[in-house]
Design a protein around this ligand. Structure first.
Ligand SMILES: CC(C)(COP(=O)(O)OP(=O)(O)OC[C@H]1O[C@@H](n2cnc3c(N)ncnc32)[C@H](O)[C@@H]1OP(=O)(O)O)[C@@H](O)C(=O)NCCC(=O)NCCS
Length: 157
């Protein structure tokens, strides 16, 4: 597994990714954002400079206080959100940093309550994991609550 591999996508997935990017367009951007939201895809446009790679069409919910690095992959049913949703945000809650080449697998949930939860560069968060803490770089995390189950080989530069 290298950092440059991306799961191939078809026309529908390509269109979904183009719509995610189109949220940044002046004028039509907010309308596109609403259409995506109605389809269950909430990736606020300010959260990315390079839009994430989305291998499948399906719901994705990303907290407004998220920042994505480059070449991040989000599979379907990923959720990035606040943990203590039944109360006001903690004053120290800062959000989420998803670093370059991270892969959030199908159904991965990233939750944060205080500070920033960071998914390290190149780190994989496995299917249906519930990640409640920051990870290191080039690691593999799985389970609920997620624990480190392995490491990825760093790409050869
Ligand atoms: C988490 C994941 C990346 C780990 O893959 P891996 O590095 O090959 O790891 P392994 O299969 O060797 O498993 C390592 C350990 O994690 C556990 N594990 C693996 N995936 C898990 C998961 N999703 N949830 C909980 N535990 C998991 C294994 O049981 C094993 O535990 P053990 O060490 O106690 O025996 C992978 O299993 C996964 O979840 N991939 C999801 C891919 C996806 O979303 N596909 C959808 C495409 S449409």
């Amino acid at each position: 597994m290298t950092s440059t591999f991306q799961t191939p996508v078809g026309p529908a997935e390509n269109l979904q990714m183009k719509l995610v990017q189109a949220q940044k367009l002046p004028g039509v951007g907010p309308l596109v954002r609403m259409v995506l939201k109605l389809r269950g895809v909430q990736i606020p446009p300010h959260t990315f400079t390079q839009r994430p790679h989305l291998p499948h069409v399906g719901p994705i919910v990303v907290h407004e206080k998220t920042r994505f690095g480059k070449n991040v992959t989000l599979f379907h049913n990923v959720t990035i959100g606040r943990g203590n949703v039944w109360e006001e945000p903690h004053p120290d809650f800062e959000g989420f940093q998803i670093n370059d080449h991270a892969v959030l697998c199908a159904g991965a949930v990233i939750v944060g309550t205080k500070g920033t939860v960071t998914v390290g560069e190149g780190t994989v968060v496995g299917a249906n994991a519930v990640l409640t803490q920051s990870t290191g770089d080039w690691e593999v995390w799985a389970g609920s609550p997620a624990r480190k189950v392995g490491e990825r080989s760093r790409p050869v530069s």
